[in-house]
Design a protein around this ligand. Structure first.
Ligand code: ZN
Length: 284
């Protein structure tokens, strides 16, 4: 699955290889290379002592469980430590990242939401507080864009000011597209580049085609997933949970096996070290 066009040496891109079945590795026959490699080299699985059987089982679980899988579930199901399970999950989430640079077209809904640093253990006074613009203490602002009949994109943003929101819309949506938002002032001024249609939630939620129900539906799935599975989501790691939920949402019409194969295919060429993951080193 990793090499749909035939196995290729990850060091020199050579195709002349010999398979060493006893160690399950290939040996490159290129005279200047001669390196040996397993299917894990050059992927998020490189340097991991955990076997492919467990990696693949974890990929199946994470690709297909609607509400997300916790590191505790992986730890119990695959008999590895919770810490290993946590690292493994984050590496798989990296593989699920949507790397497309294509802009969204047609009808696009834009909205932002706030996710609590401690979704379940939040103090009652904090719960349900939604302050537009800053989101309140300990909350992380997330911007979402949904192409109707297409895909969703979501990312952590610094704040929901027009400076940030305009940059996200312009960076992701083709000029001339129809843009649907609520009445938040951060979106005003976009009508020069887009056909901007506003639904004022103080009055109603749907006015024919004008609504943001698609992206709101994604927010509720995202929040249900976080509440049901994770005790807490640290702001630093939130973007990886977003990648995971976005992947499942965008692949929701496919079969379990399709989502699994797509996850496996995406692992090539991606790496993530423990230091990068825990913030000791900067990544991308
Ligand atoms: Zn080679």
């Amino acid at each position: 699955m990793r090499w749909p066009d035939g196995v290729t040496c990850p060091y020199c891109a050579g195709k002349a290889l010999s398979y060493l079945s006893t160690v399950r590795k290939w040996k490159c026959m290129n005279k200047t290379c001669h390196k040996q490699f397993s299917a894990k080299v050059g992927t998020v699985m490189e340097d991991s002592p955990i076997g492919l059987d467990k990696w693949l089982a974890a990929m199946w679980m994470i690709a297909n469980d609607k509400n997300g899988i916790s590191s505790y579930e992986i730890h119990r199901a695959l008999d590895i430590t919770q810490k290993s399970a946590w690292f493994l999950l984050h590496r798989i989430r990296l593989a699920m990242q949507n790397g497309t640079l294509e802009k969204m077209k047609g009808q696009v809904e834009a909205d932002e939401t706030y996710i609590g640093g401690l979704a379940r253990n939040m103090h009652r006074s904090e719960r349900g507080r939604k302050v537009k613009g800053t989101g309140g203490k300990g909350k992380v602002a997330v911007m979402g864009l949904l192409e109707r009949d297409g895909k969703v994109r979501a990312k952590v943003i610094r704040d929901a000011t027009s400076l940030i929101l305009h940059a996200e819309v312009r960076g992701n949506v083709e000029p001339g597209a129809e843009l649907f938002t609520d009445a938040w002032q951060g979106y005003s001024g976009l009508h020069q580049q887009f056909i901007h249609q506003v639904i004022n939630h103080a009055e109603k939620y749907v006015d024919g085609q004008i609504h943001t129900n698609g992206i709101e539906n994604f927010w509720s799935l995202l929040k249900r997933g976080i509440k049901g599975t994770y005790v807490s989501v640290e702001p630093f790691h939130l973007f990886r949970y977003l990648d995971e939920q976005t992947f499942r949402f965008n692949e929701r019409k496919g079969k379990d096996a399709d989502r699994f194969i797509k996850t496996v295919r995406q692992i090539a060429g991606k790496r993530l070290t423990f230091d990068e993951l825990t913030g000791k080193k900067t990544c991308h």
